[in-house]
Write a protein that binds this ligand. Structure first.
Ligand code: SF4
Length: 423
């Protein structure tokens, strides 16, 4: 059976027919864009964490060096296509980008030489890499935003997730991050971990707030059948927290962050007032560089091959793109609205300026229904999600992640060059 979310989206948006089909197709790139957002994937890790669904492999210096060269070749293919475009933002994700800071630094230096590089440069940092020297040199190379993958400060849960450090080290890493003086310091925390209780989830938020972190991103643990944690839980006959426990935990962490003076800036993130948000996924148009990186630009959504070895080989010969889907106007509207809901506000004037029309009738009717149910409220041209609306969207985002990762990612992890994936 196909996942629920794409079917619901198709009900709300008349004019879309059939499922999303990803296949190997010729992508027609738009002419030179006014500006670009870049996401660069660095897939190397010290060890593999039990819950991790992402594309990663254990660090090998030879593979890493070849990968570094391949990244520059892929970037150069865009330079040849578009010339020296403005790069509005660059985010390095992984994997563990902080494990190979030399790749981050050399790639940034290449981008600065060949494009116009802006000031929004973010890097994911593993607590074990958060030494003053590494952080300082990343900052000197132009990194302005740092996201520390703490996940939890509790030793018992850290060991269940195979993170390889304890709560004390995680706290010290936060302190160093703040000392270095990045514009934004983000900490990633997970809630609804099996056996975690509400007090532990609240204590994690409280600790991050006390340590002076400017952004807290907190995600529910989503279990994927292809991860070791899924197999461990199955063997131990342990289960994930119920939806009710998860809901109570989400309520509690939202309250904790808001009581500490943080503003809710998306369904899963909280910022100190005045801080710039660390966000990779919510950009309107972006180009992904590296194995498994996705791009959303022009009329297409595309993905590079998930195999690191195949990526290195393919970039040398041509394109590393494995799959693409062509988006019609309605798909683009759905994509835009999805991420606006994730960010808790829909500005109808911006919608009109992008799409040249008002929100489709069924979407307006759906939003009116949410308004009656107390899930949205309207301030002139802006529709805001209330806490109840944010919870509904928390469920939708989880469903989307399941649909996307369980179907598309699973297929791409199994085969370097899948023929076709249907969601
Ligand atoms: S969670 Fe992060 S550090 Fe752990 S395996 Fe995944 S990418 Fe690597």
């Amino acid at each position: 059976m196909r996942p629920l979310l794409p079917r619901v989206l198709r009900l709300l948006f008349p004019g879309t027919e059939g499922p999303f089909v990803f296949d190997k197709q010729q992508v027609i790139w738009p002419s030179k864009p006014a500006s670009l957002n870049l996401y660069i994937h660095l897939p190397f890790c010290r060890k593999i964490c039990s819950f991790c669904p992402y594309v990663k492999e254990v660090y090998d210096p030879v593979v890493s060096a070849a990968y570094q060269g391949a990244l520059l070749k892929e970037l150069d293919s865009y330079r040849r296509l578009w010339g020296d475009v403005n790069i509005e933002s660059v985010y390095f994700g992984g994997g563990t980008p902080s494990l190979t800071p030399e790749i981050v630094e050399s790639t940034l230096s290449w981008i600065a030489k060949n494009f116009h590089l802006g000031h929004e440069v973010g890097v994911e940092i593993h607590p074990l890499d958060a030494h003053s020297t590494v952080l300082g040199s990343l900052k000197n190379s132009g990194v302005s935003m740092a996201s520390l993958g703490v996940q939890t400060f509790h030793n018992r849960l850290l060991s269940m997730l195979d993170r390889g450090y304890d709560g004390k080290l995680a706290r010290q890493a936060c302190e160093r991050l703040v000392q270095v003086g990045f514009t934004t310091t983000d900490v990633d925390l997970i809630f609804a971990i099996p056996t975690q209780n509400q007090e532990e989830a609240e204590a994690d938020i409280e600790t991050a707030c006390k340590l002076g972190i400017s952004q807290i991103s907190t995600y529910p643990l989503i279990l994927f059948s292809y991860t070791p944690l899924s197999r461990h839980l199955h063997k131990a006959r342990a289960t994930m927290p119920s939806w009710w426990v998860e809901r109570q935990m989400l309520r509690a962490v939202v309250k904790k962050a808001q009581d500490a003076g943080y503003q809710r800036t998306s369904i899963w993130s909280f910022n100190r007032p005045g801080t710039i948000r660390y966000t990779t996924v919510t950009k309107d148009a972006f180009v992904g560089i590296g194995a498994s990186a996705s791009s959303r630009t022009g009329d297409y959504f595309s993905l590079n091959t998930f195999s690191v070895a195949d990526y290195i080989k393919a970039v040398g010969k041509g394109s590393p793109m494995a799959l693409a889907t062509k988006l019609n106007t309605v798909d683009k509207m759905a994509y835009w609205l999805f991420w606006q809901c994730y960010n808790l506000t829909i500005n109808t004037d911006i919608f009109r300026s992008i799409f040249g029309r008002d929100l489709p009738y069924r979407i307006r009717a759906f939003l009116s229904l949410l308004n009656l149910l107390g899930m949205t409220h309207r301030r002139r041209n802006t529709i805001c999600l209330t806490d109840a609306g944010a919870y509904l969207f928390h469920l939708i985002e989880k469903e989307y992640t399941q649909a996307y990762l369980k179907t598309l990612w699973k297929a791409c992890l199994q085969e370097a060059w899948p023929c076709r994936v249907v969601i």
